[in-house]
Design a protein around this ligand. Structure first.
Ligand SMILES: Nc1ncnc2c1ncn2[C@@H]1O[C@H](COP(=O)(O)OP(=O)(O)OP(=O)(O)O)[C@@H](O)[C@H]1O
Ligand SMILES: [Mg+2]
Length: 451
């Protein structure tokens, strides 16, 4: 019975896979693709569970094959066999495939991936579980230096099948070296797990690099939380030199952080210095000019945040890019860190370095939320890649959207400016992480919506 299908142009690859999978493998030569993908599918005997496509197939051929096979055999697992190339992401975005495997991958890697995909297809209900062993263990060769499992691409498959693989590795005494085999899908460094049940109070929005969306996130977080806790949210612009929250909210505050940080702890005196926003939250603007930042000492900022936490249900703090002394102070006083990054490798790497340093300093807030901003398709990077670089899971993805800039230019929080915009909806995901009851009701949104 055919369990696996290989459509290939490489006799060498065919014989390698044949040796590994034996009788359960049907090979259809890629020459048939010349007559169309359907001609290949017509050659298939039985019900293949997994099809391997390649090597040496073009993008169009692979795409047509994956579509025809999925149509004929719903739920089939699809693996593209291909070198890691710079255009790999285009391939991945262009078709519904589960994984990419290097033609040079060692037998143990091939076996691991195929086993994993096969059991995931059963566990996830895509295909029935027939409980069969299908790879001859005696034929499996150890991984060698050039072994490359390029990528596991289907995020759901990647996520759900990982424990299954780990179990396999543990049980597998015949292959002691397989455990130490580097798995590129596994980050070398992982953000340590978080403490549970810490009530969110002081939420600091930070990023190692500028322009990632900190201010946008902080403003919308304040607006979203104020829907549930009106007048019990304060937004502090601790981007001490160049903070622009007042601008982005079209406010002209009489006082700034310089004044508030020096005002002492009296609640009434403090409240008198805060600006109020129409969306029912308070704002402490950054000093109006950069040189005034010197008046905001870290000690006074820390004391202010602690005091505000006793007066308000939520204190949201926007910060300067990087880990300057004010940002470190804010993080020291935070229950929550919202870390924002865009989807470029330098920004993702910088965030990872920021985490490494914060872990070393023991300054990672108890609750943390990672926001991937400016998300767009076809930028050459997948969420999974971003997570590998950061060494932590991404919690919320916010798409790139012109509505963000329009809202900022109009001085209105995005979530109330363009309720239906995808970025506005996504950013509400950050609000919900802080307060799961902050579900936007019609009443709440319409009361505020201006668009
Ligand atoms: N998802 C998005 N789509 C499109 N534009 C966005 C998005 N997020 C933020 N922007 C825009 O990008 C610019 C930078 O965003 P923002 O000011 O929030 O970043 P920041 O991290 O606070 O920057 P800085 O480091 O300068 O303080 C702004 O013009 C903002 O309107
Ligand atoms: Mg900013």
């Amino acid at each position: 019975m055919t369990r696996f299908l290989l459509v290939s142009r490489s006799a060498e690859y065919e014989s390698r896979l044949r040796r590994l999978i034996r009788a359960r493998l049907q090979i259809v030569p890629a020459e048939y693709v010349t007559f169309g993908a359907e001609a290949v599918v017509d050659k298939v005997v039985g019900q293949p569970r997994i099809a391997l496509l390649g090597p040496l197939l073009s993008f169009e051929e692979t795409k047509a094959l994956s579509e025809s096979l999925s149509a004929r055999y719903p739920g089939i697992g699809l693996i593209v066999v291909r070198e890691q190339r710079s255009d790999l992401e285009d391939w991945v975005d262009g078709m519904e495939i589960h994984a990419v495997l290097s033609p040079d991958a060692a037998d143990s890697t091939n076996e691991g991936l195929i086993t994993r995909l096969d059991s995931w297809l059963a566990v996830s209900g895509r295909l029935p579980d027939d409980g069969e062993e299908f790879i001859d263990e005696s034929e499996v060769e150890e991984a060698e230096g050039d072994d490359v499992l390029v990528a596991l691409l289907n995020p759901q498959f990647e996520r759900e099948s990982r424990p299954a693989l780990e179990e396999t590795d543990l049980d597998d005494e015949s292959e002691p070296e397989a455990e130490s085999e580097p798995d590129p899908a596994e980050p070398e460094w992982i953000l340590p797990p978080i403490a549970e049940n810490v009530r969110s109070e002081v939420i600091v929005v930070a990023a190692p690099k500028g322009g990632q969306g900190k201010t946008t996130t902080a403003i919308n977080l304040a607006a979203g939380l104020a829907e549930v806790e009106p007048n019990s949210v304060v937004l502090v612009d601790a981007d001490v030199q160049f903070g622009d929250i007042a601008n982005a909210l079209d406010l002209e505050p009489h006082y700034s952080l310089t004044d508030v940080a020096q005002a002492g702890t009296d609640e009434v005196a403090l409240k008198a210095l805060l600006a109020h926003h129409d969306d029912d939250f308070f704002v402490i603007a950054a000093p109006p000019s950069p040189e005034l930042a010197d008046h905001v000492t870290t000690a006074s900022l820390g004391a202010l945040l602690d005091r505000l936490a006793t007066m308000f249900r939520y204190v949201i703090v926007d910060t300067t890019p990087g880990l300057g002394e004010h940002t470190l102070t804010a993080l020291e006083h935070a229950t929550d860190g919202v870390f924002v990054t865009n989807m470029t490798v330098p920004s993702l790497r910088a965030l990872r370095k920021e985490f490494e340093l914060l872990v070393a300093l023991n300054l990672v807030p108890n609750n943390r939320h990672i926001v991937l901003n400016f998300v767009e398709k076809n930028n050459g990077l997948l969420r999974k890649d971003a997570e590998t670089i950061i060494g932590a899971q991404i919690d919320v993805e916010v798409p790139r959207s012109t509505a963000v800039v329009l809202a900022s230019n109009d001085g209105v929080p995005l979530i109330h400016h363009d309720v239906r915009d995808p970025a506005a909806k996504a950013i509400r995901g950050v609000v919900l992480r802080i307060d799961p009851t902050a579900v936007p009701t019609r009443k709440r949104i319409h009361r505020k919506a201006r668009a």
